[in-house]
Design a protein around this ligand. Structure first.
Ligand code: C2E
Ligand code: CA
Ligand code: CA
Length: 227
């Protein structure tokens, strides 16, 4: 209500040519006396109270406004990813609500991607799959966030209709051969399933070289840019 929450953007890159192909919106609280507050501090209480639902929609709306503003200026736009708490998926009108917002800003829905954390799929598979279907019907794309952090089996992937997988390199042990083998297998398997992979948390040139070796489509992390 006071407009203190703000979307920061962290660009997504194609490691093969170093070009920006999108960005993820990450919420920040610009607190009047405490300064910039991290989501690690405010997301858990907002999840507990349920107010996260309103925050997510406010960040999504800021993304639509940003895209509209750039379109009006004749500037180039790239697709933006927004994070959505699992609490949205209990609500059957979730996809319709997002469609209402993009329409209000006359932004093409194909420029917005909903990031859904892997654990939401694990907890309530059928409900979340149904929501993904509705998001697709409205023209949005969908990413599975935090892939490999939880309990999803690789087997589950064949039944999941997402457009892209996000794997966080920080989940892997930096110099461990086995971690690299696992990441490589997951990327290869995703390729068989025609699923592009975004590697997140990319911090070093060595990691970029590794991603180029194994044919990872997209990368995001401090190596390229901070939010
Ligand atoms: P996430 O969706 O996995 O977002 C990626 C986090 O990794 C971001 O932290 C980002 O700043 C950080 N990061 C990116 N590259 C690097 C890197 O190379 N190294 C390291 N160490 N960190 C990197 P952030 O912005 O603090 O967000 C934390 C989490 O808060 C997000 O994790 C997401 O789960 C949640 N979050 C943020 N904004 C929103 C929102 O609008 N709605 C919801 N529901 N959750 C949000
Ligand atoms: Ca995310
Ligand atoms: Ca993530």
């Amino acid at each position: 209500e006071r407009g203190e929450f703000e979307a920061f953007f962290q660009p997504l890159f194609r490691p093969s040519n170093g070009r920006i192909v999108g960005a993820e919106a990450l919420a920040r609280w610009r607190h009047p006396s405490r300064g910039l507050v991290s989501p690690a501090v405010f997301i858990p209480p907002l999840e507990r109270s349920g107010a996260i639902v309103d925050l997510d929609l406010a960040i999504f709306e800021q993304c639509c406004r940003f895209l509209r503003d750039r379109l009006d200026k004749g500037a180039v736009i790239v697709p933006l990813n927004c994070n959505f708490s699992r609490l949205h998926f209990l609500d059957d009108s979730f996809a319709d609500a997002l469609k209402g917002i993009v329409d209000r800003y006359a932004v093409p829905p194909s420029y917005l991607c909903a990031e859904i954390t892997e654990s939401a799929f694990v907890e309530d598979f059928d409900t979340v799959i149904g929501q993904v279907k509705r998001l697709h019907e409205h023209g949005f794309s969908v990413a599975m966030d935090d892939f490999g952090s939880g309990y999803s089996s690789l087997n589950m992937l064949k039944d999941i209709n997402v457009d892209v997988l996000k794997i966080d390199m920080r989940f892997l042990d930096r110099d461990d051969r086995r971690s690299k083998d696992i990441m490589e297998s997951v990327i290869r398997m995703a390729r068989w399933l025609d699923l592009p992979v975004i590697a997140e948390g990319v911090e070093t040139r060595e990691q970029v070289n590794f991603l180029l070796d194994v044919g990872c489509s997209y990368a995001q992390g401090y190596y390229y840019a901070r939010p």
